[in-house]
Design a protein around this ligand. Sequence first.
Ligand SMILES: C[S@@+](CC[C@H](N)C(=O)[O-])C[C@H]1O[C@@H](n2cnc3c(N)ncnc32)[C@H](O)[C@@H]1O
Length: 355
Amino acid sequence: MNYIGSKQTLLPFIEQVFRQVTNGSEKTFCDLFAGTGAVGRHFKRLGLRIIANDFQHYAFALNHAYLTINRPPRFANLQQQFNTDPVPARVSNVGQLERVLAFVNALPGITGFITQQYSPAGGRRYYSTDNAQKADAIRQALNRWRQHQLINEAEFSYLRCSLLEAIDQVANTASVYGAFLKQFKASAQKPLTLRPLALSNHVMGCQVFQRDANELIREIECDVLYLDPPYNHRQYGANYHVLETIAAYDEPVLTGVTGLRPYSRSRYCQPKAAAAALEDLIRHARAKHILLSYNDEGLLSLDDVTRILSLRGKPRRFATEYNRFKADNGRAYKRTGTVEFVHYVRVTTPAAASG
Ligand SMILES: C[S@@+](CC[C@H](N)C(=O)[O-])C[C@H]1O[C@@H](n2cnc3c(N)ncnc32)[C@H](O)[C@@H]1O
């Protein structure tokens, strides 16, 4: 997923810093601003138990699937519905999964909220009518199947995540959902197709939350706290509002040409509030190590970050050159070089009392 601030390409750097500052005894890793879940998934692959959090619904949906599901679910009850000949679980789960995905992909499209609001039928062109109708059919089927216990929580989560990944691939946008393109681009005309998820290895007990980071920090404890808050004014709720509605499927009141839904504003995107929010978070963190991704173009200066981390120990800063892609005129993409930092503090000062 093309996500603002995604750390997908910075994973080797983050892991390198992690290895440099830890001693291998760490067991729990908290990804408090998890977004797509790229960082949590990476550290799950390394065998750590992950606590992930993000206040967006779509982020919760992605993280829940990738972190709490260790192998493709069996969909035993659902399979009885469409009359396949089930393969014994000990032989293969994958064959069953492919049949389930083929069944889901073949559901006849229906007109629901996604079609009415995000396709040409409602005057917006985020998705082709065919894809929007297919997404409505799948999303409604998931709710119905869950309600009638044809799928369990993991099976629901797996398919919802696969739908979000697939629908993002056929979105008719330049990159984010702040606007749709006037003409359908080639990728948006391809059929919506759910695919198997790339699940990582078996780690039990990962937890996923959809909470405000500053509230949750008062309730959790971990060995390594990884923080990747927004760096600038771009609110995720506004830039990914369509995915939010598909994840929640809650039919909110939409406004304006772009069909924006009401959303929570992050204090980390507000110049006057960001420093106080980070300071409050750092003061209350109960962790041995704190790693914070933040570059030198953000709302907080590097001095602000250093001052705040100093509240809990002696901060260090690791840097790497980073080439990021930036939308240019909504079509082409240009490369811009920048420096990315991981700020680190080995916690030596106790956390503030919760409250
Ligand atoms: C820079 S992105 C994280 C990207 C992520 N590391 C990745 O690789 O995909 C910041 C995330 O913080 C979330 N966020 C912003 N303010 C938040 C808050 N107060 N509580 C919880 N999540 C928040 C946003 O929804 C967004 O997904």
